[in-house]
Design a binder for this molecule. Structure first.
Ligand SMILES: Cc1cc2nc3c(=O)[nH]c(=O)nc-3n(C[C@H](O)[C@H](O)[C@H](O)COP(=O)(O)O)c2cc1C
Length: 162
């Protein structure tokens, strides 16, 4: 059974939820999908493919996602890898083809990623901390789109089978 690791970097849990949606869609297709915090991934010995997902904050890809790429680059170049960013607190991830932020583009170049994708984000109305609490007053909501995730996993599945 093909094993896919979905590693995530999150501050407020939204990216963990997105990673779990991705993992579930892989499982539905017969993959052995493991969903883990990026910071806990020590090696990639028993893994056949990798998705690295990170939250976007102020145009930056989550530090745990960046650190995973740096730490395991030598192995990641040998594997099929897809990079995921989650962020926009509106419908733009559905209506536009959002170009990856520079962190994601650089990481993709470094390891020869097969693809990059941006999904909508989530901000809870009771988000704590500065400036999230202020933003949440008029920008809270959940733009993680299950159909978008399912369509994307279909594409990745097709590439893995090719
Ligand atoms: C302070 C702050 C800054 C943010 N900056 C960006 C950004 O630059 N680009 C973007 O697409 N989303 C941005 N977002 C939205 C987050 O990426 C979104 O809420 C994401 O789902 C958070 O993931 P997490 O819950 O895993 O931490 C920002 C959110 C906050 C609270």
């Amino acid at each position: 059974m093909t094993r896919v690791l979905v590693a995530y970097g999150t501050f407020r849990g939204g990216t963990q939820g997105l990673a779990e949606m991705i993992g579930e869609d892989f499982r539905d297709k017969g993959y052995d999908a493991i969903v883990r915090p990026a910071a806990d991934v020590e090696d990639l010995e028993d893994v056949d493919a990798v998705v690295v997902a990170g939250a976007l904050y102020a145009g930056r890809w989550h530090k745990d996602a960046r650190a995973l790429i740096k730490r395991l680059a030598a192995r990641l170049v040998q594997l099929p890898v897809w990079l995921v960013a989650t962020g926009p607190l509106d419908t733009t991830a559905e209506t536009k083809d959002i170009p990856p932020v520079s962190h994601v583009r650089n990481a993709a170049d470094k390891i020869g990623a097969r693809g990059v994708e941006t999904f909508g984000g989530r901000l809870l109305p009771d988000a704590k901390g500065f400036p999230a609490a202020a933003m949440a007053k008029n920008k809270s909501g959940d733009w993680r789109d299950a159909d978008h995730v399912a369509r994307w996993v279909d594409e990745v599945d097709a590439q893995l089978r090719a």
